[in-house]
Design a protein around this ligand. Structure first.
Ligand SMILES: Nc1ncnc2c1ncn2[C@@H]1O[C@H](COP(=O)(O)OP(=O)(O)OP(=O)(O)O)[C@@H](O)[C@H]1O
Ligand SMILES: [Mg+2]
Length: 272
């Protein structure tokens, strides 16, 4: 059994504190649902666990068993078994999806995967996810529809077999059939060697992938944890009752530019 343990995590972006002391412990075998109003820090938490360079950890710790995650580069975190399915997957023109997937798999193996084994694994998973085979040969996410991008994130997760998957709104953009297929793929990963943090705004995904734990993140803190009944209550009543019962002010998200992974790569058109 492995444990991902987050303690008193404070994270800032551009000198603005977004996470203000998050405590969360996830063990393999568990699926944790993370909910909360827009702009309250859910993606910030997942991106910080994965090591997005724009998010600055100012206090607290992230441990994967006895390894200090905060000391690791992103690729080391991936090799250690962490995986992020992004809310807004990036388009990377010039890199084919299959080359990307093979490189990602090989980065985690001592001996490179044989072409035969890679193609067999890829085709099996593409078929299971009912994806268009051509998507493997196109440039990564370029021109993919919203739903195709999300399925492609799940394809990556299936091939990389992480210990802990961080799935950020994996259900957004999926039609009802695709949602069922993706839920089935996540459920097929569930085992004593797999843990998951799943962010979603909607009960629908959690009806299909039943979480073992549920948390609500407001104003950069997990202010409430419980079971499935929390999801039902949020679905019926929204978040206003939390403000009343717990006396917290829920920040309204202001229009600010979002950080996307692409902003780390050289982008001649933007001067960020
Ligand atoms: N580059 C940035 N500059 C300034 N603020 C930022 C930047 N990136 C994110 N933020 C802010 O951080 C806060 C938390 O954003 P985050 O994406 O973590 O929210 P979220 O809970 O995932 O919301 P949603 O449910 O809408 O996905 C928001 O107020 C957002 O505007
Ligand atoms: Mg988000």
């Amino acid at each position: 059994m492995s444990t991902l343990k987050i303690q008193n995590l404070h994270v800032s972006i551009d000198d603005k504190e977004i996470l203000k002391g998050v405590d969360l412990e996830v063990r393999t075998g568990e699926v944790h649902a993370l909910m909360g109003p827009n702009g309250n820090g859910k993606s910030t938490l997942l991106s910080s666990i994965m090591g997005h360079p724009k998010y600055i950890v100012t206090e607290g710790s992230i441990m994967l068993d006895d390894q200090n995650v905060l000391d690791m580069e992103v690729d080391q975190r991936s090799r250690a078994g962490l995986f992020l399915g992004m809310q807004y997957p990036q388009e990377i023109p010039g890199v084919t999806n299959s080359d990307f997937l093979k490189a990602a798999m090989n980065a985690r193996r001592e001996k490179p995967i044989s072409l035969f084994q890679f193609i067999r694994t890829l085709e099996k998973n593409i078929a299971e996810l009912e994806m268009d085979e051509n998507l493997a040969h196109r440039y990564l996410n370029e021109g993919f529809s919203g739903g195709e991008k999300k399925r492609n994130e799940i394809l990556q997760m299936k091939l990389l077999e992480p210990k802990f998957a961080l799935l950020d709104e994996i259900d957004s953009g999926l039609d009802v059939d695709a949602l069922r297929i993706v839920a089935k793929a996540i459920n097929s990963m569930r085992s004593d060697d797999f843990g998951c943090i799943m962010v979603s705004h909607y009960q629908r995904l959690f009806e299909l992938v039943k979480p073992t734990h549920v948390h609500v993140l407001v104003n950069g803190r997990i202010i409430l944890s419980g079971g499935y009944e929390l999801i039902e209550k949020i679905d019926e009543q929204g978040y206003d009752w939390i403000r009343e019962e717990y006396g917290v002010e829920i920040e309204i998200e202001k229009e600010t530019p979002r950080v996307i992974l692409g902003s780390c790569a050289a982008n001649v058109n933007s001067h960020q």
